[in-house]
Design a protein around this ligand. Structure first.
Ligand code: ZN
Length: 181
């Protein structure tokens, strides 16, 4: 678990990144910035800050903030009750991000798993996302992503988000406890 101080600092810092990206958020959204630390208590390495704009039965939109080098750990979105899992599109708005998906191993990847966590990262095909670049993941596709040296702001457009059902490669990450809120 994060201390209250670390948590509040992460929220404040996430807001700075959103401003830098030129993204306007309402006061209510500022209050609702979430911090995901995935039960690791190591937010600089494994973590993500997010603003959820909408999440209905049919669609979802979020803004994701990653601090420099911060990583969203490898996971997938499985089918639920006969419905396919979540389909996700990531569009980089600011900074640079390295998205890893199944496929041929990239020769000289710009991103790599955070030190000490390598065994829980298996996807080695890298997609570099810079402002204006986007990539769509089919449901149930394993993936992870990491911010470049300046951090990243990424818009996420998807079908319904059921974060509590996500499956992580690291068996210690329990999706329902991934967020501190
Ligand atoms: Zn995902």
């Amino acid at each position: 678990m994060l201390t209250k101080v670390v948590y509040e600092e992460a929220r404040r810092r996430a807001l700075e990144f959103l401003y830098r990206a030129g993204i306007a958020v309402s006061d209510a959204e500022k209050e609702n910035i979430e911090v995901a630390e995935y039960g690791k208590g190591d937010l600089d390495s494994i973590g993500l800050e997010l603003v959820v704009y909408v999440n209905t039965d049919r669609c979802c939109a979020k803004e994701l903030v990653l601090f420099p080098g911060q990583t969203c750990p490898e996971h997938r979105h499985p089918a639920v009750g006969g419905e396919p899992g979540k389909e996700e599109t990531f569009r980089c708005r600011w900074g640079e991000a390295y998205l890893f998906v199944p496929g041929e191993r990239s020769e000289n990847p710009q991103g790599k798993p955070p030190a000490g966590y390598e065994k829980h990262f298996s996807c080695e095909h890298e997609i570099v996302l810079r402002p204006g670049d986007q990539y769509t993941l089919e449901p149930d596709t394993l993936h992870w992503f990491r911010a470049g040296p300046d951090g990243a702001v990424i818009s996420e457009f998807s079908t319904k988000s059921r974060d509590e059902l996500d499956i992580y490669t690291d068996p210690q990450i329990v999706a329902s406890q991934a967020r501190t809120l």
